[in-house]
Write a protein of this length. Structure first.
Length: 192
């Protein structure tokens, strides 16, 4: 089995409150895994540890992805950049050329996310759901082989969420996914 992620005896506390205790699991390449738990149970903390934003108090993990992406529950868009500039920012900082194939993928995601016509708008001109769609697009446009998603659909309507997940599964059939959520309705969308 080709493991993409191995987590072993992970622990994390905030003061006297332990939010992750002795957590161990593995995810094989191509698997789609959902961690379902109520709010406040450490799901976002786990994603923050796995993507390097936070450090665990104990245990360890090994992420073997070549191109990981993290999609957070808040958009984390740059307020002084347009939608297009935010989405293509990873290419700008790496000084990579935006090719025709990448532009085609961008146009497809714009249609799926219903953001066509909004590319030149700034985040302050968008609704919460539109901002989240732009952040989702930015993560998926990098063609990741492993995607960690921290409740990325919480401000997105059901029809849009369904369309986005279908496009993700159609365009990236072998991608490894880790979704953390407290919404039971999202689980079957990613497992079918």
């Amino acid at each position: 089995m080709n493991l993409m992620l191995s987590v072993r005896k992970l622990t994390k506390s905030f003061g006297a409150r332990r939010v992750i205790e002795n957590l161990s699991f593995t995810i094989a390449a191509g698997e789609r895994v959902t961690l379902f738990a109520p709010s406040g149970s450490g799901k976002s903390t786990l994603i923050n540890i796995l993507c390097g934003v936070a450090q665990p108090d104990g245990g360890d993990f090994a992420l073997r992805a070549g191109r990981p992406a993290t999609i957070f529950q808040e958009p984390r868009l740059f307020p002084f950049m347009t939608v297009r500039e935010n989405i293509f920012f990873p290419w700008k900082i790496r000084r990579e050329v935006v090719t025709g194939g990448l532009l085609e993928r961008y146009q497809a995601w714009l249609r799926v996310c219903e953001l066509d016509g909004h590319e030149q708008q700034f985040p302050c001109q968008l609704s919460g759901g539109m901002k989240q769609k732009a952040a989702f697009m930015r993560g998926m446009m990098t063609m990741p082989d492993f995607v960690m998603m921290d409740e990325p659909f919480k401000s997105i309507d059901v029809a849009s969420k369904t369309r986005m997940i279908r496009h993700l599964l159609d365009e990236y059939p072998g991608v490894t996914l880790l979704l953390v959520t407290h919404n039971l309705d999202e689980i079957p969308l990613l497992t079918t």
